[in-house]
Design a protein around this ligand. Sequence first.
Ligand code: GLN
Length: 496
Amino acid sequence: MSTELHQLGVADLSARLAAKTVSTAEVTSHLLARVAAHEHLGAFLCTDVELALQQARAADERRARGETLGALDGVPLAHKDIFVTTDFPSTAASKMLAGYRSPFDATVVAKLKAAGTVTLGKLNCDEFAMGGSNENSAIRPVRNPWDAERIPGGSSGGSAVAVAARLVPATTGTDTGGSVRQPASLSGVTGIKPTYGRCSRYGMIAFASSLDQAGPIAKSAEDCALLLGAMSGFDERDATSAQQPVPDFAALLRAPRDGASAGRPLHGLRIGLPREFFGAGVAGDVTQAVRAALAEVEKLGATLVDVSLPRTELSIPVYYIIAPAEASSNLGRFDGVRYGHRAAQYGDLLDMYRKSRSEGFGAEVKRRIMIGTYVLSHGYYDAYYLQAQKLRRMIADDFQAAFAHCDLIAGPVAPTVARRLGSQTDPVAEYLADIFTLPASLAGLPGMSAPAGFGEGGLPVGLQLIGNYWQEAQLLHAAHSFQQATDFHLRTPEGY
Ligand code: GLN
């Protein structure tokens, strides 16, 4: 029995806990042993066995007293190390923040704790969430369980791999330009980035504040719905969090559409396929898997319509101006005085800043700070930053034009399956791979990735679904319906 505990998703585990056929302490010990046995994947940056077992026993005691807090009570999770936590160090996988302890919990973490979840530890990621491969972690890269010589995607690579390798039923991630959707796609798990403003950014170590959003990664859309419900909501400590009612995402998965029948749950749903997402830039195996998944979605009652997002290509220069610009400002606080590593030896004050920042930041973070400072500098601001802001608006407008013809937009998440570790040395070529996730980020729209099939080398391919503002329930419903009819999300890499 205990050998299969790690296969359970959040909903199934929750049901077994409620039926008392398993205890939280039992699941927690089982998963902690699994985390230790799969150290080589590099998914976790730290764990706390004592604390997790203590939280697990407390959940079991609540249950024994009949005081269970809800569906997530007693469910083990782990958090991306971008969320600050009082119980663990919070490092953003950077040397700059080695050993840093926050005096408070990020709102998303606090909400999940209040729901009774057990925290196993913190998860590896690209340094300050900058990257799409997890190779930018200053600690170590994360390996993809489908092929240990491949990247898992990033920046939430540890979050995706912890779920893919069945080390924990669900995790939190953050997505600025694709960091929940892309690792979910490359690692064969399900992840959703909600509408900008849905989750509080309070306590998320800031990368690009106008883009950063939290999102869950799990084994299914149903499990993502359960987590997202608990993570969402207005927070007065984040001025950009929205005063938007939070629907019961998990209940809405089962709400039938008008005119739908058992075999056709997506009856009447119009899914737009942007022609720019199906062009020459996408690898054949990815297009094939995505097309096959869409044919399945069509069988479930949806109608596929052609749409256009004409400025898709421009999302790359626009994002790689705006995100570094915001990062250069956000990372100013890591100067060895207010926050972060301070060099052991230095001359004057300027020398202290220079040495501390040179030692504390990795190459990609430095590159972004330099790009960001440049595009914001006097004389270049109008030419770069201001232009990028104008184009950002036009990219958002393009989505609204497309949504006049469809309810959801679908396409690939990434142009290829997971590449080999160490196989990309050109940063600009790496940026190009973000082409399909950046548009929704720039527009602030919700997007998700659900396992759609497999490509070259048996590696997972994700289907991206993008919805209009606040339409997460519709995305989750479509993905859930697809998962009820297919089993891609249930497949595990060999040996896991
Ligand atoms: N790959 C993108 C980048 O490097 C997105 C990262 C993210 O969403 N955090 O910026």
